[in-house]
Design a binder for this molecule. Structure first.
Ligand SMILES: Cc1cc2nc3c(=O)[nH]c(=O)nc-3n(C[C@H](O)[C@H](O)[C@H](O)COP(=O)(O)O)c2cc1C
Ligand SMILES: Cc1ncc(COP(=O)(O)O)c(CN)c1O
Length: 202
């Protein structure tokens, strides 16, 4: 385990999750925090990952998409550090990732947005994510207005909707063992841009 690249281990575990989890095997908790260090956490979906993700040489990372004006978007704008957590109950495994956040390129975001279903695209345009909503009908009428506006045309990605990449400096793989005698392997970036690794007590 320890002599491997953490992205290779991540791939193996994610593939196992894909085969075993009934829903959203790529779901992960995303923790962000305010400038003065108050954390908040919510689920998002992993939409790209790996050492070459977003083409950043020798770095790569883990990509999710969201509304940039949401609560998390506001926190990321003032404090571009995040923690990700995967937990697959069926596998009894978790992966913890910590790193710095960067926005994906406009081209990467456009390409991903274009793969989403049309209703999801309209939803992204119509939703003022994390803002107060007086009535569900208000949201529905905003949805309908956008549907009508773009009838017969492609829906452009709204400027306030894009992706972030978590560029990890710390990745931990945790495997459940009997009687809580779990196994933990931590990978941390070294000063040469490679990965150092070690085990931790459970
Ligand atoms: C399994 C799951 C996956 C989700 N994936 C996303 C996602 O990829 N992007 C997103 O913006 N919200 C996603 N959500 C909704 C978020 O959890 C959250 O409600 C929303 O982004 C607003 O969060 P905020 O107010 O902290 O910004 C997901 C929710 C669940 C339960
Ligand atoms: C609001 C929201 N935005 C984005 C996503 C990401 O997934 P997708 O692009 O597949 O819709 C989700 C997934 N549940 C979501 O709830």
């Amino acid at each position: 385990m320890q002599d491997k690249n953490p992205y290779d281990i991540f791939d193996q575990w994610l593939n196992l999750a894909k085969e075993n989890e009934p829903n959203d095997y790529n779901a992960m908790a995303l923790a962000t925090s305010t400038a003065d260090g108050r954390p908040s956490c919510r689920m998002v979906l992993l939409k790209g990952h790996g050492p070459k993700a977003q083409g950043i040489a020798h770095q790569g990372g883990f990509i999710f998409y969201t509304n940039l004006q949401s609560r998390k978007g506001g926190e990321i704008a003032v404090n571009p550090h995040a923690s990700l957590l995967f937990h697959w109950k069926s596998l009894r495994r978790q992966i913890r990732i910590e790193g710095k956040l960067e926005r994906v390129s406009e081209a990467t975001a456009d390409a991903y947005f274009a793969t989403r279903s049309r209703p999801s695209q309209i939803g992204a345009c119509a939703s003022d994510q994390s803002r107060p909503l007086d009535d569900r009908a208000t949201f529905e009428s905003r949805y309908k207005a956008i549907e009508t506006k773009y009838e017969g045309q492609d829906i452009p990605r709204p400027k306030h909707w894009s992706g972030h990449i978590v560029i990890p400096h710390h990745i931990e793989f945790w495997q459940d063992r009997e009687f809580r005698l779990h196994e933990r392997w931590v990978f941390a970036r070294d000063e040469h841009g490679g990965w150092g690794s070690q085990m931790l007590y459970p």
